[in-house]
Design a protein around this ligand. Structure first.
Ligand code: AHR
Length: 624
């Protein structure tokens, strides 16, 4: 029987317990939540960032009716200092039009019959002439919509048009054709569905945003984990060939003035969704905004501490400015900026995260500078320190001790463990100190996206709720994955260019988040153990980037059958760091891990031990 102590006071459940952790990983923003349909709209992809990129990635040449054109990516007299490249059409013969076709993301550009699409582009052409924009099938045989612009300016000028789709498809192309004499310069070629989440301009894709909103998240942690704290510290004006650290000031204002960046997860990030959009989105879904900023350390396998005091002082000031941007009156410099962008009312920021999985001792020197500056100027803001991943053992404990010494309000804990770990660790927080910082479980997932994983997480959440006096916030991670650009699995919400679905874990999150009790009363089960069912689980393997080949996979174990996912046995599987030891050797990966979930053919309800040996080879992409 199950007995519930209804006379007990029980544990009050945090009214902010369930939230989401958004990271721009797996093309979560561009090609995902960000509703922009054109890929590489500003021609900023480049091979120095990623060998498979060119300035014309996703674009191809179109010549119609005897036309002839040479395409190049040029940079003299650019649109502005932050948007350095543009497309030049050198027209040898105009024919019936020459120009480019954009392939969008995944299979192409999705269109719905009768719906409107807003096109905008910048053009510069010394000889005035028309520019025709069409939405077509890949072979050009079907035209879904057309608009004609008259480009008359010899200097950069923005043009707009609205196209109404005459059919439904998920594989259209955007074709931009110039007629008449060249050269013609084009930049920021953009196409948005008129319908975005809550009708916001430069907004979010409705279906994905609605999936997130349906979770009723109480907070939104953004803009990511490794995306926030890995990169060089140079501002854009000192352009680095590789990624710069995430700097919030680069991500606000007109989108054509936001410099793109090459992010930790190995792809170009337009910053079309920037800090203003994140704050706005948090407000739209009724969540507390929870930004995480770099404190000049790096992490996630990269050691690049910022020790120069002057440079560090700028990052400290940027952090204070962010708080002012979110909460300051319109009379303050950054509050004024927020008002100019369209939101005079403060966003009501209450939490700020300092660092993400900082695994280098420079954190102990840098963190206090940020924390003290925030305490002095904004004493009401709750400061979140971090502890890294539970798998980091002694380091994790040291980070916790440091957070206590520093008087942090919360500590951000991360873990990606097996379902059996989640089942076995239901009591993890029962013995946590109630007097120090609260816990923010900022990232967690059991490795795999099966029903068994979801069940293990559901079981674990009962332990989190029972300890919600010390666990104030918790978020599954990562939130989003584009099925064609997977850096990391498991993920909560999966999508392609026109479909979206939740993993089993999504439905567990939704169930718990939408049904939060006020108090958890003590309960006990006595009697026969409940019947056990073997749990079949995928081996949750994700990767720092997808360009890792598995050369050798060996599974040994005590009987039973181990199921390897098809693509994994084919040598293209994904990998979750933290599942075992990992190390970078000679610029490549060598990893070992343990299979903790497997199906037992013996029909046993017990867990069996298996060992998986993997030799992996890095073939390109981000370092890590
Ligand atoms: O959630 C994926 C990654 O896991 C995050 O970027 C990082 O914080 C953690 O290592």
């Amino acid at each position: 029987p199950l007995t519930v102590d209804t006379a007990a006071e029980g544990t009050k459940v945090s009214d902010r317990l369930y939230g989401v952790f958004y990271e721009d990983i797996n093309h979560a923003a561009d090609g995902g939540l960000y509703a922009e349909l054109v890929q590489n709209r500003s021609f900023e992809y480049n091979a120095t960032d990623e060998p498979s990129y060119t300035g014309l990635t996703a674009w191809s040449e179109v010549e119609r009716g005897g036309g002839s054109v040479a395409l190049s990516v040029a940079s003299e007299r650019p649109l502005n200092d932050n948007n350095r490249n543009y497309l030049r059409l050198d027209i040898a013969a105009p024919g019936e039009g020459v120009g480019v076709r954009n392939a969008g993301y995944n299979r192409g550009i999705p269109l719905r019959k009768g719906h409107e699409y807003d096109l905008s582009l910048y053009a510069r052409r010394p000889a005035p002439g028309p520019i025709t924009v069409t939405l077509e099938s890949a072979d050009g045989a079907t035209v879904y919509g057309r608009a004609r612009l008259q480009a008359r300016s010899a200097e950069w000028k923005k043009y707009r048009a609205t196209l109404t789709a005459r059919g439904t498809t998920d594989a259209a192309r955007l074709v931009v054709l110039a007629e008449g004499a060249g050269p013609v310069d084009l930049d920021m070629i953009s196409l948005f569905p008129r319908e975005t989440y809550k009708g916001r301009e430069n907004g979010m894709r409705e279906d994905i945003a609605e999936m997130i909103a349906a979770l009723k998240p109480r907070f939104l942690r953004f803009p990511g984990g490794c995306v926030t704290n890995v990169g060089t510290y140079d501002p854009y004006s000192v352009r680095q060939d590789r990624r710069r650290i995430y700097q919030w000031k680069e991500t606000i204002g007109p989108v054509e003035e936001r410099p793109t960046n090459f992010n930790f997860w190995g792809y170009n990030q337009s910053y079309g969704i920037g800090y203003y959009e994140y704050f706005q989105f948090a407000e739209d879904i009724g969540a507390e905004p929870l930004p995480v900023l770099s404190v000049g350390v790096n992490g996630c396998g990269e050691n690049r501490p910022l020790t120069d005091e002057t440079a560090l002082a700028r990052y400290v000031q940027d952090t204070l400015d962010l708080i002012e941007f979110a909460n300051g009156p319109v009379t303050s410099p950054w509050g004024k900026k927020r008002a100019e962008l369209g939101h005079p009312k403060p966003f009501g920021l209450e939490y700020i995260g300092l660092g993400n999985e900082e695994i280098y001792p420079e954190f102990f020197a840098n963190y206090p500078k940020f924390a003290q500056a925030i305490r002095a100027k904004h004493p009401d803001i709750k400061i979140i320190s971090n502890s890294g991943q539970t798998s980091q053992g002694a380091w994790f404990d040291r980070m916790w001790s440091f957070a206590r010494e520093q008087g942090a309000d919360l500590v951000d804990e991360h873990y990606y463990n097996s379902p059996s770990w989640f089942l076995a660790n239901n009591r993890r927080y029962d013995s946590y100190d109630r007097t120090g910082p609260k816990v923010f479980v900022g990232e967690y997932a059991s490795q795999g996206n099966t029903f068994g994983n979801a069940l293990a997480e559901a079981s674990y959440l009962t332990g989190i709720e029972r300890n919600s006096d010390v666990v104030e916030l918790a978020a599954y991670a990562p939130l989003l994955a584009n099925v064609d650009y997977v850096d990391w699995t498991p993920d909560l919400i999966w999508f392609d260019n026109d479909q979206v679905y939740g993993s089993p874990s999504y439905h567990v999150q939704r169930l718990f988040s939408r049904n939060v009790g006020e108090r958890i009363l003590p309960s006990a089960y006595t009697g026969e153990p409940l019947p056990q069912t073997p749990i079949r689980g995928a081996i949750g393997l994700g990767a720092w980037n997808t360009q890792v080949r598995y050369d050798d996979v060996k599974v040994t174990g005590a009987g039973g059958e181990v199921l390897l996912a098809e693509d994994f046995s084919a040598g293209a599987g994904a990998w979750t760091p933290g599942a075992g030891a990992w190390a970078v050797r000679d610029g490549g990966y060598e990893q070992t891990a343990t299979v903790e979930d497997a199906r037992s053919t013996a029909g046993s309800a017990d867990w069996s031990d298996y060992t998986l040996e993997v030799t992996a080879r890095k073939t390109g992409g981000a370092e890590g």
